[in-house]
Design a protein around this ligand. Structure first.
Ligand code: CP
Length: 307
């Protein structure tokens, strides 16, 4: 039973296939309108979400399937102490596939070990968020036509930002990719990502605190929110939250074909005036996420023998 817990659960070839299916869906949205008729997706979200939960649900409806939803821990028996393992076993009796978000790192893996249907990690604590990466990859492919040879700046909360960890892992499998890691000292990329992904694969990277100096060399700028929910004290969050604010003024020194991405939600880190710059791709990224989640649901249900 294939589940997607980490982006490396998908090979480069499988990601190419998903991108191809997503691009077919963009051109011909009705093509798979009944592909999942009679099938159910359960979305189990024990942490807040707008994009991921609703795009999974929109994806399943657009494939002709149905949705069962838990939108907060409080509204499920997790509030009574039920374990992730038991929850996964139980939901497998009702649904053909599960998308789960949980505040604890490793929770989706535990769910996958106990479920009898495919489990998709929709974000586990500060660890990873593979389907956001699928949205990011389709956006980069549509904007740049390639993953090879790109200089990718990641800016903000690189410590707790799970989307950053998954995107670095995914892009490290392509040739000539260089990363510029832009963060305050306290929010640097975790050493396990540097060791196990960047150093292990001989990927070129530099670390800086200075967004303005880094901007002119970038092909992609991936802005992130400071992850308030992962901080141990509010004072630190308040001190760091507005460290980077991308403005129209700062973008004057960037390449004309830069693509600005952000997994959203945005707080203050991209000024609203940037939204009308043609280089702002973050709302396109949202829509791309739905298409990639449609492609992923189709793939996993086919591989499970359900379709
Ligand atoms: N990008 C993302 O995961 O957004 P949500 O938290 O709204 O799902």
């Amino acid at each position: 039973m294939k589940s997607i817990i980490d982006i490396v659960d998908l090979s480069v070839a499988e990601i190419e296939e998903l991108i191809a299916v997503a691009q077919e869906l963009i051109v011909n949205p009705g093509q798979y309108a009944h592909a999942c008729a009679g099938k159910k997706l359960a979305t189990l979200f024990f942490e807040p979400s707008t994009r991921t939960r609703l795009s999974f649900e929109a994806a399943m409806y657009e494939l002709g399937g149905q949705v069962l939803s838990v939108s907060s821990a409080d509204s499920s028996s997790a509030a009574k102490g039920e374990s992730v393992a038991d929850t996964a076993r139980v939901i497998s009796c009702y649904a053909d596939i599960i998308a789960m978000r949980h505040p604890k790192e490793g929770a989706a893996l535990v769910a996958a070990q106990h479920a009898t249907v495919p489990v998709i990690n929709a974000g586990d604590g500060g660890h990873c968020h593979p389907t956001q990466t699928l949205a990011d990859l389709l956006t980069i492919m549509r904007e740049k036509g390639t993953f090879n040879g790109l200089t990718v700046g990641l800016c903000g909360d690189l410590k707790f930002g799970r989307t950053v960890h998954s995107l670095i892992t995914a892009l490290s499998r392509y040739s000539g990719v260089k990363f510029v890691l832009i963060s305050p000292e306290e929010l640097k990329l975790p050493s396990y990502v540097k060791r196990d992904v960047l150093k292990k694969n001989g990927i070129e990277y530099e670390q800086t605190e200075n967004l303005e100096e880094a901007l002119p060399a970038l092909d992609i700028l991936y802005m992130t929110r400071v992850q308030r929910e992962r901080f141990f004290n509010e004072e630190d969050y308040l001190r760091l939250k507005d460290h980077y604010v991308l403005s129209v003024e700062k973008l004057k020194n960037a390449k004309p074909d830069l693509a600005v991405l952000h997994p959203l939600p945005r707080v203050n880190e991209i000024s609203v005036a940037v939204d009308s710059d043609p280089r702002a791709c973050y709302f396109k990224q949202v829509l791309n996420g739905k298409y990639m989640r449609m492609a992923l649901i189709l793939k996993l249900l086919k591989e499970a023998g359900t379709l």
